[in-house]
Design a protein around this ligand. Structure first.
Ligand SMILES: CC(C)(COP(=O)(O)OP(=O)(O)OC[C@H]1O[C@@H](n2cnc3c(N)ncnc32)[C@H](O)[C@@H]1OP(=O)(O)O)[C@@H](O)C(=O)NCCC(=O)NCCS
Length: 190
């Protein structure tokens, strides 16, 4: 098997410059409630990802291009409360220089497989604006299906795409185990 082009790991404070090149880009942030982030907002984002990783053992993670050893975006799990229900969302954003090569799909598949193998989680979702065709394509390649339309945070119309854990997808595999540690016994569950 070819070695993966990317790796996923928790963010570090030193990722700020690389991540700001992604999160500060209006094209990348076109489909977001916040729009492009300032440097300080990206710094806060990194801190929040770290805090979530420390508390739950998963979070949005840095996507690292292996050949260049460079952070090119994020992909991972994000807790979303939707109409009173706690859901786990797979989120992804990449630097435009890396779009169209299947990298988001590769990263998101690692996250999906790792989450189903190691977390007590029956389903994963993606929240996607109707015009975001690239993101819808990624969701479909993850095996997600359109579920419904809703008003995201009371602000924007968005679609929920969802995928359920299937038989056999709870077999821990060596690679994803490194992405999300197995749920701790007695640890916090969703
Ligand atoms: C969404 C995003 C992460 C996809 O990254 P990527 O690495 O280019 O994704 P992939 O190459 O794995 O797959 C993209 C798919 O979208 C398709 N696609 C891209 N632009 C498209 C468009 N305008 N219309 C239809 N399909 C499109 C590609 O053809 C590809 O599908 P295919 O493999 O079936 O051909 C990237 O576009 C991005 O960072 N966008 C901005 C941030 C964002 O919107 N994130 C999602 C928020 S919900």
């Amino acid at each position: 098997m070819p070695s993966p082009r990317i790796s996923l790991r928790p963010f570090e404070a030193s990722d700020l410059d690389a991540l700001q090149a992604v999160m500060g880009n209006p094209e990348v942030m076109r489909f977001s409630l916040s729009g492009p982030k300032t440097r300080t907002e990206t710094e806060d984002f990194i801190k929040r990802c770290r805090a979530q990783y420390d508390e739950f053992g998963y979070s949005l993670l840095a996507v690292v291009d292996q050949a260049e050893n460079r952070v090119i975006g994020y992909c991972g799990l994000y807790r979303q409360e939707i109409e009173g229900r706690m859901e786990l969302e797979i989120g992804y954003r990449l630097h435009p220089g890396y779009w169209g090569r299947g990298i988001a799909t590769e990263a998101a598949r690692m996250i999906r497989d790792s989450a189903f193998a190691n977390l007590d989680q029956e389903r994963l979702i993606s929240i996607i604006e109707p015009e975001n065709a690239a993101s819808i394509a990624v969701a479909k390649k993850l095996g997600m299906n359109f579920e419904r339309e809703f008003l995201f945070k009371g602000q924007r119309t968005a679609y929920i795409y969802a995928v359920r854990k299937t038989k056999g997808s709870n077999q821990p595999s060596p690679k994803p185990r490194a992405v999300i540690p197995p749920a701790r016994q007695g640890g916090r569950q969703l």
